[in-house]
Design a protein around this ligand. Sequence first.
Ligand code: AMP
Ligand code: MN
Ligand code: MN
Ligand code: MN
Length: 288
Amino acid sequence: MTVYDMHTHSTASDGVLTPSELVTRAKHRGVHVLALTDHDSVAGLTEAEQESQRLGLHLISGIEISVTWNRYTIHVLGLDIDKESQPLSVGISALQTVRAQRAREIGKRLERLGIDGALAGAQRLSPGNNVTRTHFCRFLIQTGKARDEKAAFKRYLGPGKPGYVKVNWAGLEQAVQWIRDAHGQAVIAHPSRYDMTQTTIRRLLSDFVDCGGAGLEVVHGNCGPAARTQNAELARRFGLSASAGSDFHDPDNQWTDLGQLATLPPDLVPIWGRFKAHTATPSALGRR
Ligand code: AMP
Ligand code: MN
Ligand code: MN
Ligand code: MN
């Protein structure tokens, strides 16, 4: 059986492994087809591709785009993208500007709470120069301001907390268009993690389909059997292909490690059936 993982992070965003280390770990943990999907960045893809070729693993070029939809922040994965795509690069640059401005504002807010040097600290922890809240979270833990991730988000970085800065990310239609311009497949990431009612999530998926979205992450890290059943139901209802991804960030977090995802319900259409390599050579995505 071919093992797929369509959602992972490296040091190009908030993962702790470099792209090469990530690919090596995936290989050792039995993943055959791996997508690197860093937040608003394709900077890790070249290194990941090189290491994948060396180790004989199939790498799918990906990205996880931050989107603002009806005042919710949601994440849209772009899978099997052309990482050189111009419209996508322009979109990414705009999001990086938003990220950098937000990071400065988070730094200021934390300073007002008496926490000095948070911006510089978060930047130091982000070798890819792509500062996320995870980097602030790690800074807060290292400096003893929070016990663990959960506490850092609960006290400082989560919605409504003093270090939370609301920003406008990409629009849903815009993000899907960037992905389509890059000849990729747009997939709604971790649907069970948004704090949405069923009515709202259906509205989101209906809009997503109207924009040309292709898939739903039915199986994701930290998602139990009940959530999987619900996601599968949504994929069927909206005619979306199904994806599976760990959302791996960190080897110390065993809940979302590589190569241990549940399989997709057999009646769903896997998103990888839509990938270019798949149509070109059906065996290209299999075990190599
Ligand atoms: P950002 O895109 O910079 O707002 O950062 C979002 C990232 O923060 C997510 O991709 C997660 O990796 C992490 N994150 C968000 N909420 C939590 C949480 N409650 N606990 C731990 N990590 C979180
Ligand atoms: Mn993350
Ligand atoms: Mn996400
Ligand atoms: Mn992710």
